[in-house]
Design a protein around this ligand. Structure first.
Ligand SMILES: Nc1ncnc2c1ncn2[C@@H]1O[C@H](COP(=O)(O)OP(=O)(O)OP(=O)(O)O)[C@@H](O)[C@H]1O
Length: 231
């Protein structure tokens, strides 16, 4: 279980509170108006933004003060965050060892992760020689290799067209279910949230609310979200 225990995050004159738990294996969308604090919530979870008070717990262990590398999560960023001068295999290998001095066994793990995301034979390519969808696959392979129980995605695949986005989300969910990962995904698009088919955390008015089932929530969204969703 991932728990935000009476968490308060203060950044300048902005503050956000969170007090809820997410079960292991849950698929959670994080949704809310622009500037409401979605990225702030995930950044605090990842250890990039300090928590002012309260605690963050993973499986009962207090990770509030842990360094980002010691936390149980791996992140997928909007732009895939690939290094342009490194090959696909090296970009993925970074997930194993930042020094890239991999053992034979680690090279095998890289090859297996690339195969899992459908990128057999792409090892030697540079990111510039990949399509947007293929770049997203590399980012997913990198997360796979980190072997962390929580996958955090901040508007992933936003640069992709609608069909490709559906495909990438499906692959992400397939991998998450295969490994029993807990997923937290910021999205602006209710279609993404519905496809994730789990629960939704509404971030609005300084509060990250406890997750509720996504379907019923989006069928009757609160006013604060209705304006934002444009419907
Ligand atoms: N370093 C900072 N210092 C002070 N305020 C900050 C800082 N970083 C972000 N903020 C403020 O915190 C609030 C939440 O920002 P955040 O990026 O988390 O929102 P968001 O919901 O992810 O927005 P969007 O959907 O537009 O990406 C905003 O009002 C922002 O201006």
């Amino acid at each position: 279980m991932l728990t935000f225990d009476k968490v308060e995050i203060v950044q300048g004159d902005f503050s956000l509170s969170a007090d809820f738990s997410v079960p292991v294996g849950a698929k959670v969308s994080v949704i809310g108006p622009s500037g409401a604090g979605k990225s702030t919530l995930l950044s605090a979870l990842a250890g990039f933004v300090p928590v002012t008070s309260g605690r963050i717990l993973w499986e009962g262990a207090d990770i509030t003060k842990a360094t980002p590398a010691d936390r149980p999560l791996a992140m997928v960023f909007q732009d895939s965050n690939l290094f342009p001068h490194l090959t696909v295999a090296q970009n993925v290998g970074l997930g194993v060892k930042p020094s890239l001095k991999l053992t034979a066994q680690e090279h095998t793990r890289v090859a297996e992760a690339l195969a899992r995301v459908g990128l057999n034979g792409f090892e030697a390519r540079k990111p510039a020689a990949l399509s947007g969808g293929q770049q997203s696959r590399v980012a997913l392979a990198r997360v796979l290799l980190r072997d962390k129980p929580v996958m955090v995605l901040d508007e992933p695949f936003a640069a992709l067209g609608p069909a490709l986005r559906v495909e990438m989300l499906a692959l992400m969910v397939e991998i998450a279910e295969e490994r029993g990962l807990t997923v937290l995904m910021v999205t602006h698009d209710p279609k993404d949230a519905r496809q994730l088919n789990g629960s939704t955390i509404l971030v609005a008015d300084g509060i990250a609310h406890a997750p509720v089932p996504t379907g019923p929530f989006l069928d009757a969204p609160p006013d604060v979200l209705r304006a934002y969703l444009g419907g």
